[in-house]
Design a protein around this ligand. Structure first.
Ligand code: DGY
Length: 326
């Protein structure tokens, strides 16, 4: 008998084929995530769960899924999962690091450049029939080359963004939520404290995990420290930024621009105050959304799922200690 798994959204075919070849899979085919009650009902007799970042996987759900042996998240971030609870229950959790690094870094850079050079505003002007002539003062933006980029969070994606920045002749500053000299030496970088980075950077790009320490890491106090010309880019997790403080900072001219792939909440309601401002770009959490990368992520999630069902260590475990429990 094949192990039973619940898959909370349809994934690229290659991954679905892999899952079906090893598992008896029930798949939620809706475009929106399964409602909470559906998720709770469906985990009851499942051996494994393949989840997305939109699914809240907490103690209540794990209590319902008494047979769960593995939770495989199709994302590098796993702040939607209570990993501690999973570990307590001996449930292995997997994620999809590495394969989305460059795609996400490309997108962070795309947002940075679109904000600096006001690409989205320009497009709106043209579409609205407001483009009358070439003008020496029209839609003036900021230079990327030669500017200083502050990268908050020095993981794979932060470093990949730094590589792109070097190609543009930018000066790069790094900051960690928890600074660590040994980690810096291993990475061959020097970090500065967050306040220094905020004060000196023309662009600030966020690449840190969402944890209790990093929630609202960027709020009113931090906007006060930034240059009035600063451009904030967020491709990490929405709650790292206090959205209402960002709105106030933009509205009052404390900073110049923001380009966000992630927001709090997601989706951002169409009547959210941030969307009344011209100096904000909001993308719908698509930084990893290339055909190749989403396929690789789904395959990796399928592999993590299958390994966990076999009682093996998944290729990318978040809590390897869960399997070592008696
Ligand atoms: C992740 O994987 O955590 C991204 O936010 C979505 O690709």
């Amino acid at each position: 008998m094949k192990p039973k798994v619940y898959v909370t959204r349809l994934l690229p075919k290659e991954a679905m084929d892999k899952i079906h070849s090893f598992c008896d899979a029930k798949v939620w085919k809706g475009e929106l995530p399964p409602p909470r009650n559906v998720l709770l009902e469906n985990v009851t007799d499942m051996d494994g769960l393949l989840s997305l970042l939109t699914d809240k996987i907490d103690a209540e759900l794990m209590d319902r899924g008494q047979k769960l042996r593995v939770i495989s998240n199709c994302a590098v971030g796993f702040d939607n999962i209570d990993v501690q609870e999973a570990t307590k229950r001996g449930i292995i959790v997997g994620n999809t690091p590495g394969v989305l690094t460059d795609t996400t870094a490309d997108f962070a850079f795309a947002l940075l450049m679109a904000a600096a050079r006001r690409v989205v505003e320009g497009d709106k002007v043209v579409r609205a029939g407001k483009w009358k002539t070439w003008g020496p003062m029209i839609l003036l933006g900021q230079d990327v080359h030669g500017a200083t980029l502050g990268i908050v969070g020095v993981g794979r994606i932060g470093l990949a963004v730094a590589k792109r920045a070097k190609g543009f002749g930018m000066k790069v500053l790094f900051s960690h939520v928890a600074r660590n000299k040994q980690a810096d030496d291993e990475l061959g970088i020097e970090t500065v404290d967050l306040d220094t980075l905020l004060a000196q950077s023309d662009f600030i790009s966020l690449h840190t995990n969402l944890t209790p320490e990093s929630r609202h890491l960027i709020g009113a106090k931090q906007f006060d420290k930034m240059k009035r010309t600063a451009i904030l880019v967020n491709t990490s997790r929405g709650p790292i930024v206090d959205n209402m403080a960002l709105y106030e900072a933009l509205r009052s001219g404390k900073i110049a621009y923001a380009a966000l792939d992630v927001t709090e909440p997601e989706p951002l309601p169409a009547d959210h105050p941030l969307l009344t401002l011209d100096d904000v770009i909001v993308a719908p959490h698509i930084a990893s959304a290339s055909v190749a990368t989403r396929t690789k992520m789904a395959l990796m999630a399928a592999e993590n799922l299958i390994a966990g069902l076999k009682g093996e260590m998944p290729p990318n475990p978040v809590n390897p200690e869960a399997l070592r429990k008696p």
